[in-house]
Design a protein around this ligand. Sequence first.
Ligand SMILES: N[C@@H](CCC[C@H](N)C(=O)O)C(=O)O
Length: 259
Amino acid sequence: MTMTFYKYQGTGNDFIIVDNRLQKIDKNNTKRISELCDRRFGIGADGFILLENDNSSDFKMVYYNSDGNESTMCGNGGRCIVAFAKFLGIIENETEFLAIDGLHKAKVKDGIVHLHMQDVETIEVYDNHLFLDTGSPHHVEMVSNSKTLNVKSKGSAIRYGEPYNEVGSNVNFVEQLADNRFAVRTYERGVEDETLSCGTGVTAVALAMHHNKKTTRNEVELKVEGGELKVHFSKSPEGYNDIWLIGPAEQVFKGEIEW
Ligand SMILES: N[C@@H](CCC[C@H](N)C(=O)O)C(=O)O
């Protein structure tokens, strides 16, 4: 079967997105998804996303890492699928859609996608890192050498080490640049490499940096390898809520390939 696909990128985190409203794609074909994501033998992407119909919202997002396995929430993928839904005419500038971690509101303003993230109640604090779940699990560690750090080797050791082991965690290395500005480099589980940006990762960094009092601001700028993102949020006694991940999402090209 020939499949039409679209390639999107959000601050350099790139995805193959397919309109699967007619349910033509076999969702258990891990091997084919990983082949398509391969950067030398396939289309090349950090992840693969299906847009499907949903009974209670505008659409459903099904997300796979480049290893071909369905995974937890992808923030940049969420921003990209909103841009795709707008491109397809499913939505105008505001939407609510279903992802693996629940319903997400989103809006598109001047080409920038604002994605509402789930509330975060718990942030675990350890001697040299913090751990929290922003839809996906994130280890957040401050460093002073973010430019020169070998993110792949250090990130991989943490991701496969204790306490994460096989299930794993994404790993974010953070350097403070100004009062509310941080440089972030992320090792992504399921890609098993550094990516140019991670949406749930920068969300975790913004909340963690507020939690450990590195910033008192509730709007944080995140400089990632692929561009600039913003996260803003509110804080209540129960934790962090009204969390928004904000940044660009762009269609790169369209193609056809054998599924
Ligand atoms: N790139 C994503 C995160 C995707 C999920 C992650 N690799 C995992 O399996 O935990 C983002 O933008 O949030």
